[in-house]
Write a protein that binds this ligand. Structure first.
Ligand SMILES: [Zn+2]
Length: 123
């Protein structure tokens, strides 16, 4: 297993979508697979994108040591999505220790992604 020290959260910036659709978008960009490890649908269902031992493609300069999670949505996310995000983060902490939790915008000030304060949602 690679070293993982960060969990980086994104939003899809779309009103709908799932792992199948997001994979299609990323393949259309020429990537070899969906860039995220987890996708959280509006109903709170968690879908697996890449395996955790695979490097993702979601945050320039941070992919080697991070896990990427994407909430489907633009500005409005559901309580079920936030609950799922807390579960995923708790699982990652159990697996890898007290890893950092970030939003994509923490590493790219030109972006607003994921459009909410992840550290307020996951305490
Ligand atoms: Zn992002």
């Amino acid at each position: 297993m690679r070293v993982i020290d960060k969990h980086i959260v994104h939003c899809s910036d779309s009103l709908r979508g799932d792992v199948v659709e997001i994979r299609r978008w990323h393949l259309a960009r020429g990537w070899r697979d969906v860039g995220y490890h987890f996708i959280i649908r509006p109903d709170g269902e968690v879908e697996v994108g890449r395996m955790l031992d695979e490097v993702g493609a979601h945050c320039e300069g941070q992919n080697l040591t991070s896990v990427g999670t994407c909430l489907v949505g633009r500005h409005d996310f559901t309580p079920a999505q936030f609950a799922a995000l807390r579960r995923i983060h708790g699982m990652l902490v159990a697996m890898f220790g007290e890893i950092g939790l970030f939003g994509h915008r923490d590493f790219n000030p030109g972006k607003t992604c994921p459009n909410f304060n992840v550290r307020e949602v996951v305490r």
